[in-house]
Write a protein that binds this ligand. Structure first.
Ligand code: ATP
Ligand code: MG
Length: 780
């Protein structure tokens, strides 16, 4: 047996060595599924498979990179570089480019990201004079995306009774028309959206058996990581390609299926046996990642899900610390609490910042943690959110890049036809769009030959359009002759973007300049990497193809510097960190409000928490805040029901939860405690009271009602005695709890009348001066 297989335990080795037919490795988090897949690829290479005969699909580009590096260390870089390894989107877009003509596209098709698709849908909804409150672009986008992932084309949609009736019931009967228009517009513009990459691959294989056969010959062995999150379109591609030889190995964990909102279907993994008769299942039970306490806590949580394949997962690592449950008074305090803990743990245990991750349910939560980390000078990096390529100045430049490659790209035209300003306003753009629709041609065709399509604009405007056309033609021409670096620079200068962004050194412009510079660095780096691989001339098209597929799980580039990581739980799949903070464990946030309508969705939220906890190697903390700003309003947040799903043996509960009989009781005391206390102005202070009133008012502990009264007392009955300020119930040394900053000790009282202030040393946030007139706190 190859020596490198010694790095695996016996069950892992068996899974690697098995090569008699299809196989499935189904196992809990951290049990080495990804490791098995990686070693299996190395093993196949060592046993004579050529790298270009192996297709390995991962969920993120980062995962593919890491796997490739590991394989390179076993079999050598050049061999590893020739593997077909990447995400579904990146691999199949390559295949689509080669075969684009079969589908009526050219190999230069450009790709719409989610915001491009949304923007096109918005235009279509507007053009059709539909109410965007009924036809909400985000919902329409989700419906179309789901249809595509279920391989339902617009034509199929029109005749699908279930879908049509469901739209009619929802009073949105015209979705089918929007879908058809959207489809036609993308075709006219020579673009594909993310879902199209999978849908068109399926169409390609369905309608062109010779192409399918060719790829069947190429991909002699197929491996897929995170199989639980594949959707129907992905499942079918794999099934088509592996039919015949059945050399396929997939790994996954049903307990970590968290993408059903994108059409992922657990049943893909559950039904694998019927899709691949004779499929052999391997189970891995030993978790190598986490301490015993973390594994047991995670097991006890996921045990509450009904729909699952029961598995044993155990750890032989140290017992480790219990999971800390951190209770914060407000979202703000939660930020500081976590930041403080990071510095404390780093100081006491010599961790690096890289050893910490903060995981949240929604991107919006990151702001508060950013603020707290920044204040404490803790370096951090954020995955996802507004990723680099989503920044305005970068999207603008990239729109020009796209036009240099595919001038028909509608969203790219809309973006830059008047940026930088060249006097082609919205009215003219509206006419160009209308003219395109009327003549059934792309916007570019109208721009290139406006007279032919009798575009109704005056000569001055015609001139401006002509100039824009010449500019784009210059880029197209340059793109055929120049390499990526040179054309990028030409575009940035000639488009006028350079002048615009370098006009002055305002802080906004400086940050734009940095981003632009960073983009150029990215192109440079991409070119040198390719050159190392032996490609001499690197075209802009190659660079664009690469970045168009950066997903929200990917960073712009690998950043090895020592920083705390922040990301959504979704993006953390497959990763591991020594210390994990899972934040915002509150009802209506985690679980998300909408998920509470159905047991199925609740189970998905529970799996999401399982994924989060199982990222931790050594320490895990779960935090929640009693109040949180939501939609500009302070809102009372009861602790998440999931906290009581975890066996308390493995938890360090805060005293307030411990003293309750169960979390449910405390849900009421929490919401009441923060009742109406937390707001920026008096008027909304009163407005808030009603909606958050708990229904079990009579059960409330007295304490939870008293704070507001006490606070008003404190302000109104203050008195001055003997030069030192004393306020009834409030002296130096008193403990208070502030709505936002949490608890602290009053260290000084000063000032007169409206200027009366207190100095407070807060436990988490440090020292603060508060103007008594406005301060919202209670004496405790
Ligand atoms: P997830 O479900 O989170 O994707 P996974 O099942 O893919 O997890 P891996 O990421 O492959 O698990 O492995 C988890 C950790 O355990 C990694 O750090 C890996 O290197 C380590 N590991 C796995 N198997 C072994 C082994 N046999 N000996 C030592 N370490 C191992
Ligand atoms: Mg994995």
């Amino acid at each position: 047996m190859e020596e490198f297989l010694q790095d695996l335990n016996e069950s892992q080795q068996q899974a690697v060595l098995y090569n008699e037919g299809p196989s499935l490795v189904i196992a809990g988090a951290g049990s080495g599924k990804t490791r098995v897949l990686t070693y299996k690829i190395a093993f196949l290479l060592e046993s004579g498979y050529a790298p270009y005969n192996i297709l390995a699909l991962t969920f993120t580009n980062k995962a593919a990179r890491e796997m490739k590096e590991r394989i390179a260390s076993i079999v050598g870089g050049p061999t590893a570089a020739r593997l077909w390894m990447g995400t579904f989107h990146s691999i199949f877009s390559r295949i689509l480019r080669v075969n684009a003509d079969r589908l009526g596209f050219t190999s230069d098709f450009t790709i719409y990201d989610t915001s491009d698709s949304r923007s096109l849908l918005k235009s279509i909804i507007k053009e059709k004079d539909l109410d965007d409150k009924i036809y909400k672009p985000a919902s329409v986008q989700a419906i179309i995306s789901n249809a595509k992932n279920a391989l339902i084309t617009p034509q199929a949609y029109q005749v699908n009774k279930d879908l049509v009736e469901s739209d009619e019931r929802a009073k949105r009967p015209l979705i089918k028309d929007i879908y058809q228009t959207y489809w036609n517009r993308c075709q006219k513009a020579g673009v594909m959206d993310f879902d199209d990459l999978l849908l068109y691959t399926n169409i390609l294989f369905r309608d062109h058996p010779d192409v399918l056969e060719r790829y069947r010959q190429i991909f002699r062995f197929i491996l897929v990581d995170e199989y639980q999150d594949t959707n129907f379109a992905q499942h079918l591609i794999i099934h088509q390609l592996s039919k015949g030889h059945n050399h396929i190995c997939v790994v996954g964990d049903d307990a970590q299926s968290i993408y059903s909102f994108r059409g992922a279907n657990i049943s893909n993994i559950l039904n694998l046996k019927s899709d691949y008769p004779g499929c052999k299942t391997f189970k891995l039970e030993r978790n190598y990642r986490s301490t015993q306490n973390i594994v047991r806590a995670a097991n006890s949580l996921i045990d509450k899900n009904k729909e699952q394949i029961r598995k044993q997962v155990y750890s032989e690592n140290a017992v480790g610390n219990k999971i800390d449950v951190l209770s914060a008074y407000s979202d703000f305090e939660e930020g500081y609490m976590v930041a403080n803990r990071v510095s404390e743990m780093k100081r006491l245990s010599k961790y690096a910042y890289n050893d910490f991750v903060i995981l949240y349910r929604t991107n919006a939560q990151s702001r508060i943690f950013e603020e707290a980390l920044r204040k404490k000078n803790i370096p951090y990096r954020i995955y996802g959110g507004l990723s680099f390529y989503q920044r305005k100045e970068i999207k603008d430049v990239i729109a020009y890049f796209r036009l240099a490659i595919n001038p028909h790209d509608e969203e790219a035209i809309k973006r830059v036809i008047n940026y930088p300003a060249r006097g082609i306003g919205d009215t003219t753009l509206g006419k160009i769009i209308e003219c395109g629709i009327h003549n059934d041609v792309s916007l570019w065709q109208v721009i290139a030959t406006p007279l032919e399509y009798t575009l109704p604009v005056n000569n001055g405007t015609l001139n401006k359009i002509q100039k824009f056309k010449e500019l784009i033609e210059e880029f197209i021409d340059a793109n055929n002759k120049m390499n990526a670096m040179d054309i990028a620079e030409l575009i940035i200068r000639r488009s006028g973007i350079f002048t615009e962004i370098y006009a002055n050194r305002s802080p906004e412009n400086l940050s734009r300049q940095e981003n632009l510079q960073e983009l150029m660095n990215g192109i440079q780096e991409f070119c040198s990497l390719r050159q190392e691989e032996g490609v001499e001339e690197i075209a802009l098209t190659d660079f664009l193809a690469e970045i168009s597929l950066a997903t929200d799980q990917d960073e712009k580039e690998d950043d090895d510097s020592d920083k705390v990581t922040m990301m959504t739980i979704h993006a953390s799949k497959g990763l591991e960190f020594k210390n994990v903070f899972v934040v915002g464990l509150e009802e209506d946030l985690f679980p998300a409000a909408l998920s509470k309508n159905s047991e199925r969705e609740l189970e998905e939220e529970r799996r999401l928490l399982y994924v989060a906890i199982t990222r931790a190697e050594e320490n895990c903390a779960l935090s929640y805040a009693a109040t949180r700003y939501r939609n500009g309003q302070p809102t009372a947040m009861p602790p998440s029901r999931f906290l009581k799903d975890i066996d308390p043996t493995y938890l360090n509960m805060p005293s307030e939860l411990k003293s309750k009989q169960n979390v449910e009781d405390s849900i009421y005391s929490f919401s009441s405690r923060s009742l109406g206390m937390y707001s920026s102005s008096r008027s909304s202070f009163f407005k808030r009271e009603e909606p958050v009133l708990p229904s079990k008012k009579q059960d409330l502990p007295l304490k939870s009602y008293s704070p507001r009264l006490k606070r008003l007392d404190a302000v109104n009955t203050s008195s001055v005695s003997g030069g030192s300020v004393s306020i009834t119930g409030l002296d130096v040394g008193a403990r208070i709890r502030h709505d936002r900053f949490g608890s602290g000790i009053v260290t000084e009282i000063s000032g007169e009348g409206d200027n009366r202030k207190i100095g407070v040393e807060f436990e988490q946030v440090g020292k603060k001066q508060l103007l008594l007139k406005f301060a919202k706190f209670t004496i405790i």
